[in-house]
Design a protein around this ligand. Structure first.
Ligand code: SAM
Length: 343
């Protein structure tokens, strides 16, 4: 097994059968993590980048079976931030030391391209030293281009699964794998720093699916990769499925670090939500980004993607000082920096 890890370490290359062996055998996890951390330290030292996450709306036209803010969830308490509220969040975030703002939300038709372009350009005008990341779902090439031209630097759109049949089991017929792929291609073509990713342990996911995800990620060569465990939400069709494993998520972070040495890889809220110290484990396995929550306090619990989602304590942007100390205690350092991809 060490030969497979060494090959991955030296060349960032691996075959499908090697990946299968590596994922199914846990005896060499310590060695895998050690090599992933070596690569991470070579490119980023002990720096951890932070992004302020502003959840701008939980209104969504989509009906993803796994997601707590899906259209058909009639007990979801819906909200939408105003432009002023978003700008207030950005101001607070800037004062706290954030230099990247991530605006994420459901696919909410209220936020037209021109509305969002206006928000993006206003943030860039007020904070020219900051990066803006969007995570607002699927849009046309022209819409993505308009937002890019307004100043958006990065876009997060998880592919969710690289297997079309699996995609069909996670989403209603109105959503298509081909459309998701075409959106990802558009983002890359336009020039966004693009983030893709998937949920670990989503219903019906097989080992083959995970291997396909990893090889897909490698082939796309994205600037950012976000993975986190699937966690059921009580008011969705997938309420009865088990959550994904934190151990496997951490292991996959190490593999992704070796596949894409320079990628920006967050240690996600879902990983922190599912296991005590999960977020720190992600950093110790090769992740280099944390995205604390900067949404207004009164809406945080409403952006409920899954059960028991963390939005307080060290997950909250206001507690940055404590988060810095925590990260320092595990040997890493949170920096005030845009933290762009440096390929
Ligand atoms: N609407 C945008 C989109 O589709 O990319 C952004 C918001 S969406 C809620 C952000 C991500 O949350 C999804 O890509 C999905 O992977 C993750 N997510 C949704 N439900 C989840 C669950 N039950 N467990 C873990 N992650 C989940």
């Amino acid at each position: 097994m060490t030969d497979i890890i060494n090959k991955l370490y030296e060349k960032s290359e691996i075959t499908e059968s090697d990946l299968k062996k590596l994922i199914s055998n846990d005896d060499f996890n310590d060695y895998l993590i050690k090599k992933a951390v070596e690569v991470r330290k070579k490119h980023f030292g002990n720096k951890v980048y932070i992004r302020a996450l502003i959840e701008i709306s939980n209104i969504c036209k989509n009906d993803c079976y796994y997601c707590g803010i899906r259209k058909s969830n009639s007990v979801c308490d819906r909200y939408r931030l105003t432009k002023e509220e978003i700008l207030e969040c950005a101001q607070k975030g800037y004062e706290l030391g954030f230099r990247t703002f991530v605006m994420q939300g459901g696919e909410d038709g209220f936020f037209t391209d021109s509305y969002m372009a206006d928000v993006v350009s206003e943030i860039k005008k007020r904070y020219p030293d900051c990066a803006v990341t969007l995570s607002l779902g699927e849009k046309s090439f022209e819409s993505y281009k308009m937002l890019f031209d307004a100043g958006a630097d990065r876009y997060l759109l998880r592919h969710e699964t690289a297997d079309e049949a699996h995609y069909g089991k996670l989403h209603p017929e109105s959503m298509s794998f081909k459309k998701r792929m075409s959106c990802i291609n558009s983002l890359k073509e336009i020039g966004y720093q693009t983030g893709i990713g998937f949920m670990v342990g989503s219903p019906f996911q097989t080992l083959d699916n995970i291997v396909k995800d990893l090889l897909f990620i490698k082939s796309i060569n994205p600037e950012m990769v976000g993975i986190g465990p699937f966690i059921p939400h009580k008011d969705t069709p997938f309420c009865g499925y088990s959550a994904g494993s934190a151990d496997l998520t951490v292991k996959l972070i190490s593999i992704i670090r070796l596949l894409l040495p320079k990628a920006l890889i967050p240690s996600t809220t879902a990983l922190g939500s599912i296991s005590e110290g999960g977020r720190e484990r992600g950093i110790l396995a090769g992740a280099n980004v944390i995205m604390p929550n900067l949404s207004p306090g009164n809406v945080r619990s409403k952006y409920s993607l899954y059960n028991n989602k963390l939005a307080t304590g060290l997950e909250a942007a206001e507690h940055l000082i404590e988060l810095k100390e925590k990260i320092k205690s595990i040997g890493y350092e949170i920096v005030t920096d845009r933290g762009d991809y440096n390929g």
